[in-house]
Design a protein around this ligand. Structure first.
Ligand SMILES: C[S@@+](CC[C@H](N)C(=O)[O-])C[C@H]1O[C@@H](n2cnc3c(N)ncnc32)[C@H](O)[C@@H]1O
Length: 348
């Protein structure tokens, strides 16, 4: 069943692809060489982002200045940034405005670009709610709204926190440093989230082989459920057949794979479809077997997930219905897309 996207996004034409600022980065150093620390220093040095310049701006304008400055920085030599970017980012922003999630979880903060883009809508949507910085003072857990972002690297988390602060969103965004799979296991405790509280939206954008196990842990912990919208980035570039097969499978297919138990070695990975128009229907019948393998980065955590959950899942095609893959990497111009999976209930 098609995902309801806002009318305005389904009628407007797709934007032009961005210019190519960098060659495709796979196999080259593209992060962790000091550029993230440089970015934070750069942002803090910009007069246009100083408090005296931004204090009178609306949250939208102030945050947009920071997003623009991050993007400009990323155009420089050896400064590619693995951010979601503008085309896919704006599609997800539209989804935030239409679905109105109150609690959003992000896997992979990096330098904060997606966190700033998506979280900036929460204060407008939930102006009378309490945000993470003040959660302990919220009268009840129902009064809470916020954006929780998990990041493994302390360095990237520091840059993200600095950028979020410059954007005026530090009370809205809480960054949890640590490896995602273990962080998710203890997230209810970390955030003091009583059951049946769960996330309304999850943005998966960290290590690609972790998407499936981390979703299973979220399912098992009851942190996702009916009504949760999952948005998974990079399902075309580099692709994620195992994850797509889990969110596109029926409960029976998922149970069958789980009954076979985990795989002890990594199976050969299924390639992406060879043509663009196969993406919408691909992976509805596997490779579900690949979901039985858990990568070492999960640090020994295993999970059966909740195979009874039913998702309606398809690629986000927000700009122009005649084009399926209408997102781009912001710097290399490679085609990419997010998969959007709405949990519509459970099969008992
Ligand atoms: C593609 S970047 C995220 C980009 C960001 N969401 C944006 O669009 O601005 C992936 C991030 O995931 C982080 N990461 C990788 N493995 C992780 C793990 N196991 N747990 C948490 N974060 C992880 C990386 O350090 C990196 O910052």
């Amino acid at each position: 069943m098609p995902i309801a996207t806002p009318t305005e996004t389904s009628v407007r034409a797709a934007p032009a692809p961005p210019p190519k600022y960098h060659e495709p980065v796979q196999g080259t150093v593209f992060h962790g060489d000091g550029r993230e620390e440089d970015l934070l220093r750069h942002l803090r040095s910009l007069p246009s982002l100083s408090p005296s310049e931004t204090s009178g701006l609306s949250l939208r304008d102030r945050s947009q200045r920071v997003l623009n400055a991050i993007h400009e920085f990323g155009k420089g030599e050896n400064r590619y940034l693995m951010s979601v970017g503008e085309t896919k980012g704006r599609q997800v922003e539209d989804l935030v405005r239409s679905k109105k999630p109150k609690l959003i979880l992000e896997l992979g903060s990096y330098v904060g670009y997606s966190g700033i883009s998506f979280s900036r809508h929460l204060p407008e949507l939930y102006h009378s709610s309490t945000f993470p910085r003040d959660w302990s003072a919220a009268p009840t857990s129902q009064d809470r709204a916020g954006y929780i972002s998990l990041e493994k690297s302390e360095v990237y988390a520091e840059t993200a926190a600095g950028a979020v602060e410059l954007a005026g969103l530090d009370k809205v965004v809480k960054i949890v440093v640590g490896s995602s799979t273990t962080s998710i296991k203890s997230l209810r405790k970390t955030l003091d989230m009583p059951r049946p509280m769960k996330f309304d939206m999850v943005f998966l954008d960290h290590l690609k082989p972790l998407y499936t196990i981390d979703l299973k842990v979220l399912e098992e912990e009851g942190l996702v459920g009916r009504g949760t919208v999952l948005v998974a980035d990079n399902v075309v570039k580099p692709g994620n057949p195992a994850y797509l097969s889990w969110v596109r499978a029926t409960p029976a297919q998922k149970r069958q794979a789980l009954n076979l138990g985990p795989l002890s070695t990594q199976p050969q990975l299924t390639p992406n479809p060879s043509s663009d128009d196969e993406w919408l229907t691909a992976f509805r019948d596997g490779p579900i077997d690949e979901t039985r393998w858990v990568p070492p980065e999960a640090e020994g955590v295993t999970s059966k997930g909740d195979p009874s959950l039913i998702y309606e899942s398809q690629m986000l095609d927000g700009w122009d219905e005649s084009q399926m893959l209408d997102g781009w990497d912001p710097y290399t111009g490679e085609k990419d897309a997010c998969e959007v999976s709405t949990c519509v209930g459970r099969e008992e």
